[in-house]
Ligand binder design. Structure first.
Ligand code: NAD
Length: 255
């Protein structure tokens, strides 16, 4: 679905080397964006995303940084702006889930998940927002999860820390949408179960339980999330900010 919607725009996608982040990079490239692909450890996967971005009609560059560390996020931000120009489109997608049983979860797991999923969302947004305001243009999407909207009901329950962190992302989006208008729009996407490395170790039994409760009778693809993200970044969504949208095949619906 090639178009010129993001021609001349610079995008940063955190955690862009694989999964949902990769699909978002490719989708933005199809609309002509220059895409800064952030990764933290897998350089080969990041290079593969860059290849796909270039093939899709965008221009990709890869940037290594742990976005939950302010100094690394800051260095990356400066590098992107110097090499690629100011960031117009930002997608905070980097995130982790640790499938430790909640009853056995310790403070170490809690702290790590909250640090990556919350600070890793906060840092890129905070580094980009002032420049976006000065230039009068910024579009941000933060990737949350349905886990931030309702508790996980499959057993064992393993998502207390993750669900808490993703609820924080929804609150962050709501507050930033309110604070940064009209120059910047900030929205959230809350995916349901999507087939990526993050979910590949889920038991088949639990996967089937989720599918049976899902009106669309399937799990999601990274492209399902990329399409919604693309829409929210685009001017077709010009009256939408502070809002988080669910894409879960109908498993979770908002009131
Ligand atoms: P994934 O594990 O394939 O991708 C996550 C990416 O984030 C990886 O490339 C990882 O290296 C990167 N990352 C992790 N910590 C980082 C850090 N500190 N700095 C920079 N990059 C970091 O999983 P995914 O399913 O593609 O997940 C993408 C996002 O979607 C995550 O925020 C996840 O919580 C969210 N999500 C996923 C699902 C799902 O079912 N897969 C559902 C809801 C929400």
């Amino acid at each position: 679905m090639a178009d010129n919607e993001f021609e001349g725009r610079t995008a940063l996608v955190t955690g862009g080397s694989r999964g949902i982040g990769r699909a978002i990079c490719v989708r933005l490239a199809q609309s002509g964006a220059k895409v800064a692909i952030n990764y933290v450890s897998d350089a080969d996967a990041a290079r593969e995303t860059r290849k796909l971005v270039n093939e899709a009609g965008g221009e990709g560059r890869i940037y290594k940084a742990d976005v939950s560390e302010l100094d690394q996020a800051t260095a990356m931000h400066k590098e992107i702006e110097a090499e690629f120009g100011p960031i117009d489109l930002l997608v905070t997608n980097a995130g982790i889930a640790k499938f430790a049983d909640d009853t056995e979860m310790g403070a170490d797991v809690w702290n790590e998940i909250l640090k990556v999923n919350i600070n890793g969302t906060f840092h890129p947004v905070w580094l980009a927002k002032d420049g976006m305001t000065e230039r009068g243009f910024g579009r941000i999407v933060c990737i949350s999860s349905i886990a931030g909207l309702r508790p996980n009901t499959t057993r064992p329950n393993r998502l207390i820390a993750y669900g808490t962190s993703k609820a924080a992302v929804i609150g962050f989006v709501r507050n930033c949408g309110n604070a940064f208008g009209p120059e910047i729009r900030v929205n959230g996407v809350a995916p349901g179960l999507i087939d990526t490395d993050m979910t590949k170790d889920m038991s088949e039994e639990n996967r089937q339980i989720v599918i049976s409760r899902t009106p669309m009778r399937r799990t999601g693809k990274p492209e399902d999330i990329a399409e919604l993200t693309h829409f929210l970044l685009s001017e077709r969504a010009s009256f939408i900010t502070g809002q988080t949208y669910v894409a879960s095949g109908g498993l979770v619906t908002l009131p």
